[in-house]
Design a binder for this molecule. Structure first.
Ligand code: GDP
Length: 203
């Protein structure tokens, strides 16, 4: 897959739209403001693939992008935005339920968590959801630069311990200020996908 050659396909609000030619999807999710747009822009070397920081929590569509070699990148709307109305939260919950339960092929879900904070209730719900739906996932711990080196190490260890029962395929720390961390995330995604392709071949 080529993350440097990403093309927007569509925004989808209904289950029918979540499928793009039946291709396997790599799905990005996380709380509003966790840094998802920033990560996606870095991964894909784009300035504004995903709009950074604009109207947090307002998006209730799944944005689909083609990333070549038969894969789709799906950008899920951020969750947990406090100022959302009840109706908006309901709409989000329905959207997620439909997305994860609809009949598409999720190769990998990338869940973003802020390295500074304990997972929120919404994060925990998302983790439970990923477990229940048997979705293979990895975790990106964002905004690493906001902690000093000692805390980075400590928080990383704490997350590793906490996440163990959920069995993530990988956990990596990321900062928009450190390009090598984008490379690490990219390499991890590609590695997991390659492993999966190998497994699928032997099954
Ligand atoms: P989204 O709502 O999850 O898409 O989050 P954004 O990508 O819009 O980021 C939310 C805010 O956090 C923005 O002000 C970003 O500039 C900031 N931010 C995102 N990632 C990082 C990071 O790695 N380091 C720092 N210092 N700020 C970040």
């Amino acid at each position: 897959m080529n993350l440097n050659n990403v093309e927007f396909i569509k925004s989808a609000a209904a289950p029918k739209g979540f499928i793009a030619d039946g291709l396997p999807q790599i799905v990005f999710s996380g709380r509003s403001n966790v840094g998802k747009s920033s990560l996606l822009n870095k991964l894909c070397n784009r300035k504004s693939l995903a709009r950074v920081g604009s109207m947090p929590g307002k998006t209730t569509t799944v944005n689909l992008f083609s990333i070549g070699e038969g894969y789709i990148l799906a950008d899920l709307p951020g969750y947990g935005y406090a100022k959302r109305s009840f109706e908006e939260k309901q709409r989000w919950a329905r959207l997620m339920e439909h997305y994860f339960n609809s009949d598409r092929n999720i190769s990998l879900s990338v869940l973003l968590l802020d390295i500074r904070h304990n997972p929120s209730n919404d994060d925990l719900q998302m983790l439970d959801f990923l477990m229940q739906t048997n979705t293979p996932f990895m975790v990106v711990l964002t905004k690493k630069d906001k902690l000093n080196k000692t805390d980075q190490k400590q928080h990383f260890e704490d997350f590793t311990l906490f996440l163990k029962p959920y069995r993530p395929l990988d956990i990596v720390a990321f900062s928009t200020l450190e390009n090598d961390t984008a490379n690490t995330v990219r390499a991890s995604i590609i590695n997991i996908i390659k492993q999966k392709e190998k497994q699928d071949d032997t099954e």
